[in-house]
Every structure is written in C-alpha cells, then in structure tokens.
Design a protein around this ligand. Structure first.
Ligand SMILES: [Zn+2]
Length: 77
C-alpha cells in the first residue's frame, strides 16, 4: 500500500474570524466572542468541558474571553 498520503492537511479550525451571519448568534457586547445561539426561543450556551445549557430569556452569561457579563433579553431579529 503506497504511503504517499502521509501528509494530509491538518483539520482546519474554524476561527471566529468570518462571521456567518446566521442571525442567531449571541455575542459578547464588548469583544464579540460567541456566547450562545438562539434556538427555538431558548438560548443554547456551551461551556467548557462539554457542559451545555438551554436558558430562557432573559439569559445572562459571562464572556469566556473578557469576563463581561452579558444579558440577552430576547431573540435577536
Ligand atoms: Zn467578551
């Protein structure tokens, strides 16, 4: 078996650099880090170590990047 494909490109990490304008993102009001995603009238927030939560509004979360406490009062439109 030929071993010519040993240099596969590493899995590209999707950086937050290109905003996909889904309209469901909840982002930090200070640094723009993604805090959560609106889903079916709830806020889906993923924390480290795989902990995931669904919040009803108003939802609050601390930004993992800058520590700002953010509050979402409703689904963004
Ligand atoms: Zn932030």
């Amino acid at each position: 078996m030929p071993s010519q494909i040993s240099h596969l490109p590493a899995v590209r990490r999707t950086l937050d650099r290109t905003p996909r304008r889904s309209g469901n993102d909840w982002r930090c009001c200070r640094c723009g880090a993604l805090l959560g995603i609106h889903r079916d009238g709830l806020m889906h927030v993923s924390f480290a170590r795989g902990h995931e939560y669904l919040f009803s509004f108003p939802a609050t979360a601390t930004c993992r990047r800058c520590g700002t406490l953010n509050q979402a009062t409703g689904a963004a439109r």
